[in-house]
Design a protein around this ligand. Structure first.
Ligand SMILES: [Zn+2]
Length: 421
């Protein structure tokens, strides 16, 4: 008895699904392991950093320069520190810190150093009365030269075995996200337009912090999901997300999702914070080598810091996708991005308050797809109490999402007319 090829394939698919389910379940079980406390102590000649957990966990340490950072990677863990995932310790060589999901299966803790410092030692301690499992890092001040020489990664001996399984799961999940559902019809005239919605920030990168303490990454995700659901309900668009949970995604991976799915539109969702608490209003940004104004340039610089905040090793980027501006495809894309931005200003502006000069441009890294028209929207200012409250209100978000959908409809109708004329 020989099984037919499709039957074999089905068996393989079932086996793979079972494998993935079991693997994912294994990590989900591990995700219950919790970080319970973070402590810093200043000692003679070194700063001690302690991460306390309810179970021993493998770890990897990474040091990065520009600015000086120490990164601690752990298997996916829960944080018993509540909702907050960023703060400041400012003791010894340690300044600010952030933590959160770095990728599927990997939680990350990023420490900003106030000066170059070397990892003098790192070890785990077993629980004892009054203290749980601890991961200890001793950091010793050094020179820039010493920091550069010592730069790299070290890991506990049990990290590799744990991570090989995690990597397989992460790859499978990444693939599942990137290779999204097949188009309902491949025929050109009935092909649904594909829209990629990018919820800004996430995981180890909290984004801006609001007047009452809410993180931008939460608002952007809530809004992106609302927008996705409302768009999908229309049945006229194929809608994909770059993230649908609290996880960090490198900037380049975000527009690669749009690229690989041959998207027709990419919308990156953000909400800004400003030192002037009165400032409020919706604004939209498109890509340009020269910025429209100083504020737009500063905003782009801030948004482009996401990878640095997350401790993403920028050398992991390969050069093959570093796009060059100014070629023909890019010019057409940039015209379309401009059109969509104008449609947003018109349609959103009839509904909510706009920022002064609401369409601006600058060198946003996330908008660099050469073929997919892309915009970045700042829904409003979280530093403004009223707008922060609005953005936390589902009814307000729904109404704002609907005006963005009107802008999308108008934009595609316009593109359609252009292609026919
Ligand atoms: Zn942002």
């Amino acid at each position: 008895m020989s099984a037919s090829v499709p039957a074999l394939f089905r068996r393989f698919a079932v086996a793979l699904a079972v494998f993935l389910t079991v693997t994912v379940a294994a990590f989900a079980a591990h995700a219950q392991s919790k970080v319970q406390d973070v402590r810093v102590g200043v000692h003679q000649g070194f700063t001690r950093f302690v991460l306390e957990l309810d179970a021993a966990a493998p770890y990897r340490l990474l040091t990065l320069r520009d600015p000086y950072r120490v990164v601690i990677d752990l298997p996916e863990v829960a944080w018993e520190t509540g909702d907050e995932s960023a703060g400041s310790l400012t003791k010894g060589v340690i300044g600010k810190f952030r933590f959160g999901l770095f990728q599927h299966g990997v939680s990350r803790f990023v420490i900003d150093l106030r000066e170059p410092a070397l990892i003098k030692s790192h070890f785990r301690l077993d629980p004892e009365p009054g203290a749980g499992h601890r991961l200890v890092l001793d950091l010793q001040p050094g020179t820039d030269q010493q920091f550069a020489t010592a730069m790299g990664s070290v890991e506990s001996d049990d990290w590799a075995s744990r991570q090989s399984g995690v990597a397989a799961t992460a790859r499978a999940q990444q693939q599942a996200m990137i290779r999204a559902p097949v188009r309902p019809s491949e025929q050109a005239e009935t092909r649904l337009k594909t829209i990629v919605i990018d919820a800004g920030h996430g995981g180890v990168d909290p984004g801006a912090i609001g007047a009452s303490g809410i993180y931008e990454k939460k608002i952007t995700l809530a809004f992106a999901m609302d927008l996705r659901d409302r768009l999908q309900a229309l049945g006229q668009y194929r809608v994909l997300m770059t993230r649908d949970r609290d996880i960090y995604i490198p900037l380049r991976k975000r527009y690669e999702v749009a690229h690989q799915n041959e998207a027709d539109l990419f919308i990156s969702i953000h909400a800004d914070a400003h030192h002037t608490p009165d400032l409020r209003g919706f604004s939209v940004y498109t890509l340009s080598e020269t910025a429209s104004d100083k504020e737009a340039a500063a905003l782009a610089a801030k948004e482009n810091k996401s990878d640095i905040l997350a401790g993403y090793d920028l050398s992991e980027y390969d050069d093959q996708t570093s796009f060059i501006l100014l070629d023909l495809a890019q010019r057409k894309t940039s015209e379309s991005s401009w059109q969509f931005a104008q449609s947003l200003v018109k349609n959103v502006g009839s509904n909510v308050k706009l920022l002064r000069r609401p369409h601006r441009f600058a060198g946003f890294a996330v908008l660099k797809s050469p073929t997919v028209p892309s915009v970045l929207v700042e829904l409003g200012y979280l530093s403004n109490r009223r707008e922060e409250k609005d953005l936390r209100t589902p009814a307000y978000r729904a109404s704002l999402a609907d005006s963005i959908i009107r802008a999308i409809d108008v934009y595609f109708e316009h593109q359609e007319r252009l292609s026919r004329s």
